[in-house]
Design a protein around this ligand. Structure first.
Ligand code: PEP
Ligand code: MG
Length: 910
């Protein structure tokens, strides 16, 4: 009897196609693997039904119907016929009829594509209600307020989604009614008021569509189904697909499911939970619920949910059934589950189950427990932890075991870790209160947003909290760089910087009040919690690493410039240093004056004199690093940055000179400052990143390379005489031609021979280069004639391949990401399509010349899991990253190799 509403001509069906798949009563037509056909949600409902779970029954209209709709602006008769048959089957199963009788069947209509598209398309609840069935529902629930509220929600959802009436028109009516009735909350409107709202909503529908709100439940169903298909093509959904690279032709399925209500009285309720503790990973039932409530009551925070274990007292049978079902679910999916349930009139329904999100610590513990319980194998356990999650072990966390935790707000987990301190509202206050000395008062800097002017306060604060801003806001970016805990964009907090107070959950907090931040989850907690130190040697973490490490074939090194970082890196398991940026060594108080003297020198003789002073200092640094890396290779890069970086800023110098000229014109300092300014001006470049830097420095001032090579080899000989096994690799930065490489390699090799002769001891070493310029990748076969190893400097390689400035990309990036022009920040995640091609090509070309060429990566990407996997597939020998990412890189490299190996041997993939 139903016709597709929009098709003008009949839409041809694909012969023999099964368009509609039923589920309910313990069996489903489809199964969990049919995501292409049923969408993720539909496949999940089928799987849960087949697993014998009490899922509210229903049916899924498959994605082919959506594709039909896209092609023809309507669906074929076959879709309508099969849908009607499925509806009949559902009605029989429930002993109810859609929107009819004393106990009307009400359904929800939801979209569900193959890939989750959160909130992109629309949902309609309580379908089947009309002027008659609402009375039946009022009677049956003995709760007229609930019945009218459900009906007004249906008209509102249907009105906006299906009839395309602006949401605001409904909201206006509703708000007016609240105003008129002096109601503060939605729940303050009684049944009578809601009935009035319904009448006004109906008038609104008539005004906008010239038709009445459809009273026929079947018409409601057909129109809603078609609206879901149309919503696949709405701008939001299209935009989401573009960004996430989801094919427009996949289409969405439509899930029609019997409604169940948790608010039908004292034997009804609703809740959410996890089969294990998602924060710590302990094997304990975890969650909360509310009796006589709907899902949104839990979210709205009007009533406080009750811990799930309380359900055992209230409804022991339901509790036991829930426990039994969720245990079974965990066994079925072989992973920790996050579930939603509703109890309607004492009967339990499972609404959703999926693999639960968890912290890094919980991920490790759950994986280990599941191996011990025989649920998964050790090989599978390796893949149960996201490599990035291991960072959780490297930062402090809140000790919540014995504490009373009152969450004031949840913002963005902008920079992980924990911070506990007293509130301050300005950067100056932070400095005043925190102090610089040994006795530090921990403070939390609370701002609406931070700006570069707050930097001094951010430096001394234990943690940062902002009420505005996203994951790439100033606060987020800067704190991540500092390794400091930050919660950003906590919108539920109001910061009044003038009054110097913060309001959250109706409570006012003043400067000096204690708060605790959890930068890993984004929680802002009232009061002073204790913190637990970072624990990189956590036994469970070590156990998991012990399972993954045998698979790893690619080495993991660290980027470290000073002995302290090298020691840290070793503790995290680094197998050498992949990049020692020697320039960082020159910023020390003892070295900077000599460095400046070297730069200011007008001739080679003066330059050599300054370098001579630097030599012993540099040698001392290398000795420290070599000792920390006893037995492991250390790649030392010759000087790379433009020299002006070691001098004061031009503007600062000009101000200093001007002030002196005005106040102490005879000051002896003036002459030196003027010389310095002249040199700064001489060194000025329009594009310093493309300027006098990298090997260009060592070629124009060979004595710099000579000094550095001497410091390296003298240090190597000295430590080796003391029994340290040293493997130096001297790395020339930013080469583009074979001749550049040959020029610098010749200097290094000559100095090496000189030192070995002087000291009477030879050391094995290598000379290689960074590949940071597209030209270097193109002529890698040539460069490999001189270079004994390559290390991809993918920071510069990304900069020069895209032509994006690595320091200024944030001006462009938010728009590029928003528009879907870029999927990810190419400086964070290696652009495999473009930059990756250069990496691959250079590796192949280099190895053509030198088959055993050692190849690594030392750009930021070396610690990013997707990029690490790419490096593995490209055949790199090692990745090198900052010490705090070494654990992540080790697990990512092990996962890449294990996926490869297990696929071959056991057919198992991640
Ligand atoms: C690079 O360019 O990737 C690199 C590691 O060098 P730097 O970041 O020091 O320029
Ligand atoms: Mg570089």
């Amino acid at each position: 009897m139903a016709t597709s509403t929009l098709a003008e001509t009949e839409v041809p069906a694909k012969a023999g196609t099964k368009y509609v798949y039923s589920f309910g009563g313990g069996k489903a037509d489809g199964d969990g693997k049919m995501k292409d056909v049923l969408g993720g949600k539909g496949a999940g409902l089928a799987e849960m039904t087949n697993a014998g779970l009490p899922v509210p029954p229903g049916f899924t209209i498959q994605t082919e119907a959506c594709r039909e709709y896209m092609r023809s602006n309507g669906v074929s008769k076959a879709v309508d016929q099969q849908m009607d048959a499925a509806l009949n089957q559902l009605e029989d199963l429930q002993g109810q009829q859609l929107g009819q009788g004393e106990n009307p069947l009400l359904v929800s209509v939801r979209s569900g594509a193959k890939f989750s598209m959160p909130g992109m398309m629309d949902t309609i609840l309580n379908l089947g209600l009309n002027d008659q069935s609402v009375e039946a529902l009022a009677k049956r629930s003995n709760n007229p307020r609930f019945a009218y509220d459900s009906y007004r929600r249906l008209i509102q959802m249907f009105g906006s989604v299906v009839l395309e009436i602006p949401k605001s028109a409904f909201e206006e009516v509703f708000d007016q009614k609240k105003h008129q009735k002096k109601a503060k909350l939605d729940t303050d409107l009684d049944a009578k008021a809601l009935k009035e709202v319904i009448e006004e909503y109906k008038k609104l529908v008539k005004k906008h569509t010239k038709k009445d709100f459809p009273q026929d439940p079947h018409d409601q169903l057909v129109m809603s189904r078609d609206a879901v298909f149309r919503s696949w093509g709405n701008d939001r959904a299209k935009h989401y697909r573009r960004i996430n690279n989801i094919d427009d032709m996949l289409g969405t399925a439509v899930n029609v499911q019997a409604m169940v209500y948790g608010n039908l009285g004292d034997t009804s309720g609703t809740g959410v939970g996890f089969t294990r503790n998602p924060a710590l990973g302990d094997n304990e039932f975890y969650g909360e619920f509310l009796m006589n409530a709907q899902g949104e009551d839990v979210v709205a925070g009007i009533r406080t949910p009750v811990p799930i274990l309380e359900l055992k007292k209230i409804m022991p049978d339901v509790f036991n059934q829930l426990r039994e079902i969720t245990t079974r679910l965990e066994k079925h999916y072989r992973d920790m589950q996050d579930f939603e349930f509703t109890i309607q009139d004492g009967k339990l329904y499972m609404l959703q189950t999926r693999n639960g999100k968890r912290t890094g610590r919980a991920a490790v513990r759950v994986a280990i427990h599941m191996v011990e319980e025989g649920l998964i194998t050790k090989e599978e356990a390796i893949f149960r932890v996201e490599p990035n999650q291991l960072y959780d072990f490297l930062v402090p966390r809140l000790d919540e075991k014995k504490a009373k935790v009152e969450v004031l707000a949840t913002g963005l987990p902008a920079s992980p870790g924990a911070a506990v301190g007293q509130i301050v509202f300005t950067a100056d206050e932070a400095v005043q209160k925190a102090g610089h000395g040994a006795i530090k008062h921990p403070v939390i800097l609370v701002r609406a947003e931070t700006t570069p002017e707050d930097i001094h306060g951010m430096e001394v604060a234990a943690g940062i909290l902002t009420s505005r801003g996203g994951m790439t806001s100033h606060a987020a970016v800067v704190t991540r760089g500092m390794g400091k805990c930050c919660v950003a964009g906590a919108g539920d907090i109001h910061v009044d910087e003038k009054k110097r107070e913060m309001t959250a959950k109706g409570q006012v907090f003043k400067a000096g009040d204690w708060i605790s931040l959890d930068g890993t989850t984004g929680r802002v907690i009232k009061g002073k919690l204790n913190t637990l130190e970072a624990s990189p040697d956590d036994p469970e973490l070590q156990k998991l690493m012990g399972w993954s490490e045998p698979f790893r074939t690619m080495k993991v090194r660290a980027n470290a410039d000073i002995p302290r970082d090298a020691i840290q890196a070793r503790a995290f398991g680094a197998e050498g240093i992949g990049l020692c940026r020697t320039e960082h060594m020159f910023f020390g108080e003892d070295k900077l004056p000599h460095m400046r003297a070297m730069i200011l020198a007008g001739n080679e003789k003066d330059r050599r004199a300054a370098l001579k002073k630097l030599l012993p200092l540099q040698r001392k640094d290398f000795i420290g690093v070599f000792k920390a890396m006893d037995g492991f290779p250390v790649t030392i890069r010759t000087l790379d940055p433009p020299l002006h970086e070691f001098l004061p800023r031009r503007e600062d110098l000009m101000v200093e000179i001007a002030v002196l000229e005005a106040t102490k014109p005879k000051s002896p300092k003036l002459k030196g400052l003027r010389i310095l300014l002249r040199r700064v001006e001489e060194l000025h470049e329009f594009n310093p990143m493309l300027g006098h830097r990298g090997c260009r420095l060592g070629i124009t001032y060979p004595e710099i390379t000579e000094m550095q090579a001497r410091a390296i080899f003298e240090a190597a000989v000295e430590v080796s005489k003391n029994g340290v096994k040293v493997l130096p690799e001297v790395m020339i930065p930013l080469t583009a031609t074979l001749k550049e490489m040959a020029n610098q390699a010749a200097i290094v090799r000559r100095v090496a021979e000189e030192v070995f002769k002087e000291k009477g001891k030879k050391i094995d070493y290598m000379v290689g280069t960074m590949i940071e310029l597209p030209r270097a990748a193109l002529v890698a076969d040539e460069i490999a004639k001189e270079a004994e190893f390559f290390s991809f400097g993918t920071n510069d390689l990304t900069q020069t391949t895209f032509g994006f400035s690595r320091d200024d990309i944030n001006k462009v990036l938010p728009t590029y990401l928003g528009e879907g022009i870029l999927k990810q920040d190419p400086f964070a995640v290696l652009d495999q399509e473009g930059v990756g091609q250069l990496v691959k090509m250079a590796t192949e070309r280099g190895r053509k010349t030198r088959p055993n060429l050692k190849v690594g990566i030392c750009g930021e990407h070396g610690g990013e899991p997707q990029s690490v996997e790419f490096c593995y597939k490209t055949g790199l020998n090692y990745v090198s990253c900052s010490p705090f990412r070494v654990l992540t890189a080790r697990l990512a490299a092990a996962q890449a190799a294990a996926a490869d190996k297990l696929k071959v041997e056991g057919g198992r993939t991640k």
